[in-house]
Design a protein around this ligand. Structure first.
Ligand code: SAM
Ligand code: SF4
Ligand code: SF4
Length: 374
């Protein structure tokens, strides 16, 4: 099949201005969207740049040296991020995840972690703050991140075999350095660590059992390996359904090597189905975003690097909060704008995809994963 590369129209500039409602929407923590879902989880993209070119996320042919990443001036500053995050927390968010792009490429990220870890929920509790990284800079940064208040990390790792790993990151980065990053994170006390493996049939599916075995043997039960179905996110990765290996099949292959037992979910809105090794070797997770839509209790919002609020991973447009932040809007106004956007939210892309009606209507291209984060 001849693959044509479609130039990226700059969807990043497409955003509705966030509307400030005539009546304030006070932050009571009881916000609910059109489908009755609360707002609990905010994912913050701190950079759109990355030192990897995973083909399922930032294919090299599109994200090449001519690609224009966001200029520094358009990124939210750490102070702006912390201010917006505090308004989300007032609305009920208890969990913050720093992502990207590769978040550890953002200079001085520890300072942001420090500012965010000083935030408290209205009940006075600390937030659950985590970070998703490709692990390349973890060996260097783990201690500083821990000292700044980060509690745990999620590391993406798609293969144990060095040749496959280098091919998947497409920049020839060795797997040993990521494994050393995970060692460093464990030594720094960043726990529990989660490892995310995106499974692509025909590319790395034969790595499922070897990676699981290695994680059990090298790291033990303190590290949870999670298998993610390859998703049709963005518009550049050439996604095909036949490259998705359903979680049920991943689990069957793993179960053939190590007996598994199902665990109850630990929190409402949790994306992963949890299982454990029957021999006490730890836990594994399955994120079935394609074969088992979990929109029903999706409590996640995403803040892009330049301050746009996205209400779904598959959204085509964001709500521009940066113009409010930089235009002198008060905290009350910005909180009301966030409240209104959430109250009007009716996104449930994965469910609609499952029923064959996704994308009906707008025809707009979806935003890329490296821009709004995972
Ligand atoms: N660069 C960091 C990393 O890779 O961990 C953080 C950003 S990355 C966009 C966040 C997560 O999204 C990663 O775990 C990555 O594997 C996952 N991801 C990216 N594209 C995906 C796709 N098409 N399907 C499933 N997961 C994907
Ligand atoms: Fe970079 Fe993460 Fe995307 Fe891979 S998945 S290209 S590491 S942002
Ligand atoms: Fe949430 Fe959208 Fe994913 Fe559904 S498709 S689970 S609404 S992010």
């Amino acid at each position: 099949m001849g693959e044509s590369v479609i130039p990226l129209a700059d969807l990043r500039t497409l955003a509705r201005p966030a509307r400030i409602p005539a009546q304030p929407i006070p932050a009571t923590g009881l916000l609910s969207d059109q489908l009755g879902r609360p707002l609990r989880d905010l994912r913050i993209s701190v950079t759109d740049r990355c030192n990897f070119r995973c083909s399922y996320c930032m294919p090299k042919e599109v994200f090449d040296r001519d690609y224009r990443f966001l200029p520094q001036s358009s990124l939210l500053s750490f102070e702006e991020i912390t201010r917006v995050a505090s308004l989300f927390v007032a609305h009920g968010v208890t969990k913050l995840r720093l992502t990207g792009g590769e978040p550890l490429l953002r200079k001085g990220l520890e300072a942001l972690v420090q500012q965010l870890s000083a935030l408290r929920t209205p009940a006075g509790d600390a937030l659950d703050i985590t970070l998703t990284t490709n692990g390349t800079l973890l060996a260097r940064k783990a201690v500083a991140l821990r000292e700044a208040g980060l509690k745990r990390v999620t590391v993406s790792l798609d293969a144990l075999d060095d040749a496959i790993f280098r091919r998947m990151n497409d920049v020839d980065f060795p797997v040993a350095d990521v494994l050393a990053g995970i060692d460093a994170a464990l030594a720094a006390g960043l726990a529990p660590i989660k490892i995310n493996m995106v499974v692509k049939r025909g590319t790395n599916d034969h790595e499922i059992v070897p990676l699981a075995r290695h994680v059990r043997e090298r790291f033990g039960p303190g590290v949870v390996l999670r298998f993610i179905e390859y998703m049709d996110v963005g518009a550049t990765n050439g996604w095909r359904l036949d490259e998705v290996l359903p979680s049920a099949e991943v689990r069957a292959r793993l179960h053939a090597a190590f007996a598994l037992e199902k665990l109850p979910p630990s929190a409402a809105g949790e994306t992963a189905e949890r299982w454990r090794y029957a021999d006490g070797g730890g836990e594994v997770g399955f994120i079935s975003s394609v074969t088992q839509a979990f929109c029903g209790d999706c409590n996640r919002a995403r803040l892009s690097t330049e301050g746009k609020l996205f209400l779904c991973l598959f959204a085509t447009r964001g709500h521009d909060l940066r113009s409010l932040l930089r235009g002198g809007a008060s905290d009350e106004d910005i909180a009301s704008a966030i409240g209104l956007a959430w109250q009007e939210r009716d996104d449930r892309y994965s469910e609609l995809r499952g029923s064959g009606t996704a994308d009906a209507g707008s025809g707009e291209r979806r935003i890329e994963m490296h821009y709004i984060g995972g």
